[in-house]
Design a protein around this ligand. Structure first.
Ligand code: ARG
Length: 458
């Protein structure tokens, strides 16, 4: 029997039952649904709809139902549509008439909002922990590899020498912003909708403040019609997740590139790589490729929600049921991807010699050479031009800038003297950079120290 079948004569088509059922995925909300129902029963006890012992009987039965779902002994049936009706129906089966009182003044429209908000709050708290774990891994790696230097790239071309740790810490700060986005999304999910009814509230004195405190929310929703329609908190969670995946995907690309034989700066831990069924020598970076791949799904999930909601008239519409699969999927795979990246960072092997060789076998001191001239009073535009002409000459002779002797350099500018060789030495460059936030060993130390203290916090 369906809870709503009173006004119907005809039976639901079997195909329709399958089509409209969400139990296959929203069963995951069972713990929240049951906790919400227990709080609701207690509240009905307080306002006199249930006696104290009736409320306790319902709460006890609900906790048995939680056990049944956990053990997989409660069969799911498409005709009962969703988790809310499964729990209520089972309650009635167990305790009879009394079970029919639980839904007093309540609608699934607010229940599904409550459950989803509770789920989002909990999953985002876990995601935040995962992010923190990844950030810790990055800082620790930056600390161990503090003295390694590598080429920094723009347009995938060697640009300027940087400490390897500066490159790693660049990703750290992206994840630090992600934590802020996650915190924002948690704040928006933290609103208790019960009491909104289907769209209009109730003539019964539903104690919303009791429900808020009992269910651990910081606020109650202010408008019942908004409360049953609002999925902004889902969008916020999906945006935070999609942005994390975006960062992880780009970071994966860096690691994949730098671990190719062509670069060979890094190698990835075996634990995250797989081999080829045909080519015996292969060690493929599948974990990172999958992060890149799964990122597209998280971005798709965000757009699914946008398009799902944009044409809906006010309040609840059944379309909203389609929000759950993208939400569950995106949060689950984002959490996994963050954990995988933490393993990748922890297990990363860094070939310092290969990185330093790439630094030296390049025209990379060009900027510093121009800065050297600028410090001597040559206008920077002119210094840039001078060094550019020197690079062209070196390229023709297949030598690097630092292989030119001083006499030759002085033919390009009188401002050059013996000190230039030290000035453009890559090790000296990373010691000599002065700007706050710049790619210098001193800044790396500062960042590591400051962020280690930040990570000791909540
Ligand atoms: N399963 C529904 C969902 O996920 C719950 C709300 C159903 N409400 C309704 N009036 N049909 O959105």
């Amino acid at each position: 029997m369906k809870p709503w079948e009173g006004r119907f004569t005809g039976a639901t088509d079997v195909l329709m039952e399958r089509f409209s059922s969400s139990i296959a995925f929203d069963w995951r909300l069972f713990r929240y649904d049951i906790e919400g129902s227990a709080a609701y029963a207690e509240m009905l006890g307080r306002i006199g709809i249930l006696s104290g012992s009736e409320a306790s009987e319902i709460v006890a039965a609900l906790s048995e139902i939680a056990g049944e779902i956990e053990n997989g002994t409660l069969p799911f049936r498409d005709e009962l549509e969703d988790i809310h009706m499964h729990v209520e129906q089972r309650l009635i089966e167990k305790i009879g008439e009394l079970g029919k009182k639980l839904h007093t003044g309540r609608s699934r429209n607010e229940q599904v909002s409550l459950d989803t908000r509770m789920y989002v709050k909990e999953e985002l708290a876990r995601l935040d922990d995962d992010l923190k774990g990844l950030m810790e891994a990055i800082v620790r790696k930056a600390e161990t590899e503090k003295t390694a230097i590598m080429p920094g790239y723009t347009h995938t071309r060697r640009a300027q020498v940087i400490p390897f740790a500066h490159f790693l810490m660049a990703w750290y700060y992206a994840f630090k912003r992600d934590r802020e986005r996650v915190a924002g999304a948690r704040l928006r999910a933290d609103v208790m909708p019960l009491g909104s009814g289907a769209l209009a509230g109730s003539t019964l004195p539903i104690d919303r403040e009791f429900l808020r405190a009992r269910l651990g929310f910081s606020r109650i929703s202010e408008n019942s019609m908004d409360a049953v329609a609002d999925r902004d908190f889902v969008l916020d969670a999906l945006y935070a997740a999609a942005t994390i995946m975006l960062h992880l995907s780009r970071m994966s690309e860096d690691f994949i590139l730098y671990s190719t034989e062509e670069f060979s700066y890094l190698s990835l831990p075996d634990a995250l790589c797989t081999g080829s069924s045909l080519m015996p020598h292969k060690k493929n970076p599948d974990a990172l490729e999958l992060i890149r791949g799964k990122a597209s799904r998280s971005m798709g999930a965000l757009f699914t929600l946008f398009t799902l909601i944009k044409g809906l008239p006010s309040t609840y519409n059944r379309d909203l049921q389609e929000d759950k699969e993208p939400l569950f999927q995106s949060l689950a795979s984002t959490r996994e991807a963050v954990a995988i990246m933490a393993l990748a960072v922890r297990g990363l092997f860094i070939d310092r010699e290969a990185m330093e060789r790439a630094v030296r076998m390049s025209f990379m001191p060009a900027v510093e050479m121009a800065e050297y001239l600028a410090a001597k009073g040559v206008p920077f535009r002119e210094a840039h031009h001078i060094v550019g002409t020197m690079v062209k000459a070196c390229e023709e002779r297949k030598v690097f800038l630092w292989e030119m002797d001083l006499d030759e350099m002085r033919r390009y500018s009188e401002a050059f003297d013996e000190a230039v060789f030290d000035y453009v030495d890559p090790r000296h460059v990373v010691e000599n950079r002065k700007t706050e936030g710049g790619a210098s060993l001193r800044e790396v130390e500062r960042q590591i120290e400051k962020e280690s203290a930040y990570l000791r916090g909540p």
